[in-house]
Design a protein around this ligand. Structure first.
Ligand SMILES: [Zn+2]
Length: 329
């Protein structure tokens, strides 16, 4: 195998990557398409992959395998993975802020029309795998990758084993119910789950301004905005406590745009919420930054189909770092 492709599908953005043994060659990204037929996101992924191939001077037929890290949850239809993602499918949850009626998005079936080897994993699981292969978790057996962004998601590793579950949906702890006293509604339809209380999309729904505006207001001393964000951080911390209590984890790598930009001052609030409960379970729990930074899910997508020999070479040469150099945005 000479070339591999990677696709990273998020609720806000989609990326396509091409790589060979010597590292990433091209990365392009676009806003995730949420209009048209249910096939639109998968067809967008194919179009982007084709463009990325052209920029790398190859064709789609040159790709030996394609790895996909995607927001979930996943369901199976005739054995093929489809996305039932609250941040893409407007037909679930009845929130009305997505302008489509999709109940699910066929992903694997469309990709398999073009490629014989396709591996699809939840984006947080792929990110966790990448951090364990190349990044901050190479020697950690009880750990999680958590994203705090448009949504909230987890990838979980216990006793050195990544958890997948019956449909690859292990780690959807963003949809754990935390309170029945809240009017905050998640894209999944739940009221009072972790994502409804703290995710970027749902902060916007609750407070009527984008996360960027909300955090800017905090910087400018807006007391109400500050209280709203602290409230969200406490709920996020409570979700991390629940996961710690359930799985006895030691290290959380936290990524996602909200944490990436504001983690420096949110961390003590989150940590305090975790450690305020049951010291026997929570003492020594660490929150750390992703070593692979904002490209962690992209590298995770490539990692899913990377030959073992490349993996060892990429690790020894830190070749994943080149993704920033080949990023055409
Ligand atoms: Zn939810």
């Amino acid at each position: 195998m000479q070339y591999i492709g990677g696709i990273d599908i998020g609720g806000t953005k989609m990326a396509a990557l091409i790589a060979d043994r010597d590292g990433p060659l091209v990365r392009i990204s676009e806003a995730t398409v949420k209009l048209g037929t249910e096939r639109a996101p998968a067809e967008q992924a194919m179009t982007m992959l084709k463009l990325a191939c052209e920029k790398a001077g190859i064709t789609l037929a040159d790709l030996g395998a394609v790895g996909v890290s995607s927001c979930g949850p996943f369901v199976r239809n005739n054995g093929f993975i489809e996305l039932v993602a609250p941040n893409i499918c407007g037909g679930i949850g009845n929130r009305g802020d997505l302008l489509n009626e999709w109940q699910s998005v066929p992903l694997e079936a469309v990709l398999r029309e073009h490629f014989s080897t396709v591996v699809i994993q939840n984006d947080c699981v792929a990110a966790l795998a990448a951090e364990r292969a190349f990044g901050a978790l190479q020697n950690e057996d009880n750990c999680a990758y958590v994203t705090w962004s448009t949504g909230i998601g987890f990838g979980l590793c216990v006793d050195g084993r990544l958890l997948h579950g019956k449909n690859g949906n292990a780690g959807h702890a963003g949809h754990m119910l935390l309170t029945d006293q809240s009017q905050a509604q998640c894209g999944c339809g739940n009221f009072g789950d972790a994502e409804s209380l703290a995710s970027g999309r749902n902060l916007e729904a609750q407070y009527g301004r984008s996360p960027a505006d909300l955090f800017n207001a905090v910087k400018e001393g807006d007391v109400k905005a500050h209280a709203a964000v602290v409230h969200a951080a406490k709920w996020f911390g409570r979700a991390l406590y629940n996961v710690t209590a359930t799985l006895d984890l030691k290290v959380f790598v936290i990524g996602g745009s909200i944490w990436h930009h504001h983690g420096d001052w949110l961390e003590p609030i989150v940590k305090e919420e975790i450690c305020a409960h049951m010291p026997a379970l929570t003492t020594g729990v660490q929150l750390i930054q992703p070593a692979l930074d904002s490209h962690v899910a992209d590298i995770g997508a490539l990692y899913l189909v990377m030959p073992e020999a490349w993996l060892i070479y990429w690790r020894s040469q830190s070749l994943w770092q080149r993704v920033a150099e080949v990023d055409l945005a």
